[in-house]
Design a protein around this ligand. Structure first.
Ligand code: GLU
Length: 605
C-alpha cells in the first residue's frame, strides 16, 4: 500500500541513552594471537558501521572500513572471518543471500549464493529405499546426501567484482591470520561442538579439528585451524577456480562421495552415513544468480528482500502488507503482537504452498500485492486467534471476499546460520545472511582443508507437504532448496533507513518481521527492537515463544493462541540510519552469547 512517504519517529534523545555508545578497538598483530576485541551490542556514530555475532569478525570488517574499503569489502572480510570463528554456522562449504544498496545508483541488488542439488538428484533424495519412508532428519543430515554445491565463495567473488574496491586475496588475509594464529573458544562455540559431539566423532577430519582429545575444546582455550588458513591462502593465490575446478574441489567431492569415517569413533551414531553422487561437473557449473529484490511498501517505506529460492522476501513482505491494513500504533502492544502472529501464520501458509526455487515471478508479485493482502487480512479476528494451520489463499489476481488446511511448517527452527550488516561512509549497505544450514552442517570437514560442508539440501521437503496440491520445495536436479533467510533493507525516500537480518531457520522470517514491527510500529529503538522478547508463529498449532515473551504477553493475548516455550529465537544484527547522519549498529545483547556492533567514528561531543 502506498502511503505518505514518512520516516517512523526518530529515536529520541532519552531512548538514545539506552543504546550504549561504543566502538570496538582493532588490533592486528602479525604472528601471535591478537588480543580478542571487546563485544558491545550497540554502537552509534559516523563514517561506517558493522554488526555481526562475533567480535573478531566485527573488528576485521571495521578495520577494512577504517582503511577506506567499502561495505562490500568489509562484508566479505567479516564473512571470511566468521568462517573461522563461527565455523558451525557459516563458511565456504555453505551458501547464503546478500542484499546490497548501492548509494551511487540508489538501487538495491541481491546475490543468490544458495547451494544447488547435484544433477543426479531425484525427488526421492531423502526417501529411504528400504522402507519407502523419509529418513529421520539426523540420518539425512549427517551424510553426503544433504550436501549442496556451495555458493559462498562465488558470492564473495561476484559481490567484489560488481561493487567491491579490494581483491578477494586482500580480504581473505585477516581471516587467514585468525585461522593460523587462533581464537579463544567461548561458551557458545564449545556448546555447539558438544551438541554435535556424536556426529563429529564419526569423521576423522572433524574430530581431529573440533574434538581434541575426543572432547569439545575447553572454554578459554585457543583454537587454530591451519588447514583453513592454507585453504584461504591457496584461494587468494589461485582464485576461486581452485575451489570449483581444482584441488580443493577434488577433496570436497571425495568427502561427499566417500565420507571420511573415523577408524574408531569415540561416540556411537545410530545411522549409516551415506555417500552421494556430487560430480566435478556439478561443482564447475555452479553460478550465483542476481534476482531482482522483492519489494513492498510499508507505511511509506520501501522494504527490499530476497526473492526465491529464499521465501524470506515474500513472506516478510506479505505479512507486512497484511499488517499495513491495521493501525498497529493505536493498539496495545499485546493487540499489535496478536496481529503480528496472525499475519505471520497467513504468510507462512502461502509460503509453504507457493514458494520454492522456480516459482514464477508473477506469483511472487501477486503474493506481494496489496489487493491480495487485503483479502488475506480480512481473515484476522481481533478477538481470537485463528485455528492453525490456516489454509493458503489463492494469489491469482482475482480477489474479493474471504476464502475459507495445509500442513504446518514446524520443523525448521534451527539456528545454524549467521547474519551481518555493514554500511560505509558513502552510504552503501550490505545485509548478508550465510549458512551451512544446521549448526555443524553435514558434520563433515573436508580433510586437509579445514572447512565443514553444508547440509543445505535438507531444506527441501523430504516428501510432499501440500496434499493434492503441488509442493514447490521437493528435491530436483540443479534445484536450490527453499530458504527462509531474510536479509532486508528498508529505504525512506530512496535512502537507507534500516537494514536487518537473522539466523534461525524458518524463524528468521518471524524474527525479521517482529523486529520491523517493533521498530516501525511499537515505538522501540533498533537496539530495543532486537533485544525484545520474540515469538514465532509459522502456521503451526503452537507459537514458539521465548520465556520473557510468555511472561509479558501470554495473559493479554486473545483466546486461541497456544504458546510453547523455547529458550531463544534468532541472533539478529542491524543498522539504522538516523536523519542527522549517525548510524546505529545493533547486535544481540544476550542471545547466542551476544553480538558485536561497531562504528568507524563515535559522535563528536
Ligand atoms: N538453512 C536455513 C535456511 O536457509 C537456515 C538455517 C538456520 O538459520 O539455522 O532457511
Amino acid at each position: 500500500m502506498r502511503g505518505d512517504r514518512m520516516r517512523p519517529p526518530a529515536i529520541t534523545a532519552a531512548a538514545m541513552v539506552l543504546a550504549t555508545v561504543g566502538a570496538v578497538g582493532v588490533t592486528a598483530p602479525v604472528q601471535a594471537k591478537p588480543a580478542e576485541p571487546a563485544k558491545t551490542p550497540t554502537a552509534v556514530g559516523y563514517g561506517g558501521a558493522i554488526s555481526t555475532v562475533d567480535a573478531t569478525a566485527t573488528a576485521v570488517g571495521l578495520d577494512v572500513l577504517k582503511r577506506g574499503g567499502n561495505a562490500v569489502d568489509a562484508a566479505v572480510a567479516a564473512a571470511a572471518t566468521l568462517g573461522v570463528t563461527e565455523p558451525f554456522s557459516a563458511g565456504i562449504g555453505g551458501g547464503g543471500f546478500l542484499v546490497y544498496y548501492d548509494a551511487r545508483t540508489r538501487t538495491v541488488h541481491t546475490i543468490d549464493g544458495r547451494e544447488t542439488a547435484p544433477a543426479a538428484t531425484t525427488e526421492t533424495l531423502f526417501i529411504d529405499p528400504a522402507t519407502g519412508q523419509p529418513y529421520p532428519f539426523d540420518e539425512a543430515r549427517i551424510s553426503g546426501l544433504s550436501v549442496g554445491v556451495p555458493g559462498t565463495l562465488l558470492t564473495w567473488r561476484d559481490a567484489l567484482d560488481r561493487w567491491g574496491t579490494r581483491s578477494l586475496a586482500q580480504l581473505l588475509r585477516p581471516a587467514e591470520r585468525v585461522a593460523r594464529t587462533g581464537f579463544t573458544v567461548d561458551e557458545t562455540f564449545a556448546g555447539q561442538v558438544a551438541a554435535n559431539q556424536a556426529a563429529f566423532a564419526q569423521f576423522s577430519s572433524t574430530s581431529a579439528l573440533y574434538l581434541p582429545g575426543g572432547r569439545p575444546p575447553a572454554v578459554g582455550s585457543t583454537l587454530r585451524n591451519p588447514d583453513l588458513a592454507a585453504t584461504y591462502r591457496l584461494i587468494a593465490q589461485r582464485g576461486t577456480d581452485v575451489f570449483y575446478r581444482g584441488r580443493i574441489g577434488r577433496d570436497l567431492l571425495t568427502t561427499v562421495q566417500s565420507p571420511p569415517l573415523a577408524a574408531q569413533p569415540t561416540t556411537s551414531w545410530p545411522y549409516p552415513i551415506r555417500p552421494a553422487a556430487m560430480t566435478a561437473a556439478d561443482l564447475a557449473s555452479y553460478r550465483t544468480r542476481l534476482p531482482a529484490p522483492t519489494h513492498s511498501d510499508y507505511r511509506g517505506l520501501e522494504v527490499f528482500g530476497m526473492a526465491t529460492p529464499s521465501s524470506g522476501g515474500t513472506a516478510v513482505g506479505e505479512a507486512l502488507d497484511i499488517l499495513e491494513r491495521f493501525d498497529l500504533r493505536s493498539m496495545t502492544a499485546t493487540q499489535a503482537l496478536h496481529h503480528y502472529l496472525e499475519a505471520s501464520a497467513l504468510a507462512f501458509a502461502d509460503r509453504n504452498r507457493y514458494v520454492g526455487d522456480g516459482t514464477p515471478r508473477p506469483t511472487l508479485d501477486e503474493l506481494l500485492s496489496d489487493a491480495y493482502a487485503a483479502e488475506r487480512a480480512c481473515r484476522i479476528d481481533p478477538a481470537a486467534a485463528l485455528p492453525k494451520p490456516v489454509a493458503p489463499g489463492v494469489p491469482d489476481g482475482s480477489y474479493g471476499g474471504c476464502p475459507t488446511a495445509a500442513r504446518a511448517d514446524t520443523r525448521d527452527d534451527r539456528t545454524g546460520t549467521t547474519n551481518l550488516t555493514v554500511a560505509d561512509r558513502w552510504g552503501n549497505v550490505v545485509e548478508y545472511t550465510l549458512t551451512i544450514e544446521a549448526t555443524g552442517g553435514s558434520g563433515m570437514v573436508v580433510p586437509g582443508r579445514g572447512f565443514l560442508l553444508n547440509n543445505e539440501l535438507t531444506d527441501f521437503n523430504f516428501s510432499p507437504t501440500q496434499g493434492t496440491a503441488p509442493d514447490p520445495n521437493l528435491p530436483a536436479p540443479g534445484k536450490r532448496p527453499r530458504s527462509s533467510m531474510s536479509p532486508t533493507i528498508v529505504l525512506a525516500d530512496g535512502r537507507p533507513f534500516l537494514a536487518v537480518g537473522s539466523p534461525g531457520g524458518a524463524t528468521i522470517i518471524t524474527t525479521v518481521l517482529q523486529t520491523l514491527v517493533n521498530r516501525l510500529d511499537l515505538g522501540m529503538t533498533l537496539p530495543q527492537a532486537l533485544a525484545a522478547p520474540r515469538a514465532s508463529q509459522r502456521n503451526g498449532t503452537t507459537t514458539q515463544a521465548e520465556p520473557a515473551f510468555i511472561a509479558a504477553y501470554a495473559q493479554g493475548l486473545p483466546p486461541g493462541h497456544v504458546l510453547g516455550s523455547t529458550t531463544e529465537i534468532g541472533a539478529a544484527t542491524g543498522i539504522e540510519f538516523l536523519p542527522d547522519g549517525r548510524m546505529v549498529a545493533a547486535a544481540e545483547p544476550v542471545r547466542r552469547g551476544g553480538g558485536a556492533a561497531a562504528v568507524v567514528s563515535t559522535p563528536r561531543h
